[in-house]
Ligand binder design. Structure first.
Ligand code: DAK
Length: 259
């Protein structure tokens, strides 16, 4: 891979979009590599959490690549949008938890990429926004949908109609990010969060992700039935037996085995 760096640190994988000279803008090559990377992460059973960040010190991702997009025809624009949407959906539905560590500009496709992750944390230098209407287009990688679901329709409409960026403290206030860290502390905080998640029973964590994501699209009676099924399935796992057994025996549980 030339556009994304992937490192593994125990059960945590860290993927960095690596085009710092273009502020990590998303072109077709990055989207293709992200697609392949997500397949590889999904196939690797030792990875329990994925962190996504950007290389360099200015940007997470400054948007879709405007140079590549500027001359698209209607058909090419739709194809580019479909490619991005397919990859972002693959990221959103990855069975393991994902964390966006937003280390600078997260504009347009960059804000959208962060919103396809389960959890967003950011540096105090981060800037979020959907500048598309100022460029003559709509958000194209799910921004109108995910932003409205995350921060509410009114706030999403204000951000999208005005195309105005917001800083980290405002992103925290409206619930777009869970926490803000000093820039030099962001990756340490992301690792600590990832390791805390990775230490819990992986099958249960994945079941919770599925219950929350799929349940939000269902009426409450169907959503709680979904939760019941997933809850029940945990009782077929070794990790449930170890976790509850350790509690009853007043000892610390052994590391969970993902079984
Ligand atoms: N695309 C391509 N190159 C970019 C870029 C981008 N989005 N953002 C920055 N760069 C490049 C700059 O052109 C510059 O390259 P050189 O001139 O050095 O070759 C380099 O990165 C450094 O940028 P600046 O010199 O501008 O750096 P500054 O610190 O002065 O400014 C900035 C940083 C983030 C404020 C500024 O670069 C900026 O405003 N960038 C553009 C941000 C933006 O508007 N992003 C949203 C893009 S629109 C759809 C599919 C997808 C989308 C929409 C529809 N469908 C198919 C329906 C998505 C749209 C978007 O994401």
């Amino acid at each position: 891979m030339t556009q994304i760096r992937l490192e593994k640190n125990g059960p945590v994988a860290i993927a960095s979009i690596d085009r710092p000279k273009a502020l990590n803008a998303l072109n077709s090559a990055v989207l293709d590599e992200l697609d392949a990377l997500l397949d590889a992460v999904r196939a690797d059973e030792t990875i329990r959490v994925l962190i996504l960040t950007g290389s360099g010190d200015k940007a997470f991702v400054a948007g879709a690549d405007i140079g590549e997009m500027s001359s698209l025809t209607k058909a090419q624009g739709e194809a580019f949008g479909r490619k991005g949407n397919d990859v972002f959906l693959k990221l959103e539905t990855l069975p393991i938890p994902t964390i966006a560590a937003v280390n600078g500009y997260a504009l347009g496709g960059g804000c959208e990429l962060s919103m396809a992750c389960d959890i967003r944390i950011c540096s105090d230098t981060a800037v979020f926004g959907q500048p598309e209407t100022g460029l003559g287009i709509t958000p194209g990688f799910g921004g109108t949908q995910r932003l409205a679901r995350l921060v509410g329709a009114g706030m999403a409409k204000q951000m999208i109609y005005t195309a105005k960026n917001i800083k980290a403290d405002e992103a925290l206030r409206i619930g777009l990010v869970n926490a803000v860290y000093r820039k030099d502390e962001l990756m340490g905080a992301a690792m600590k969060l990832a390791e805390t998640i990775a230490a819990n029973a992986p099958i249960a964590v994945r079941a919770c992700k599925k219950a929350i994501d799929e349940g939000l699209a269902l009426p409450m009676d169907e959503a709680v039935a979904l939760e019941e099924g997933l809850f029940g399935s945990c009782f077929e796992t070794e990790d449930q037996k170890e976790g509850m057994g350790a509690f009853l025996e007043k000892r610390r549980h052994e590391p969970y085995k993902n079984r």
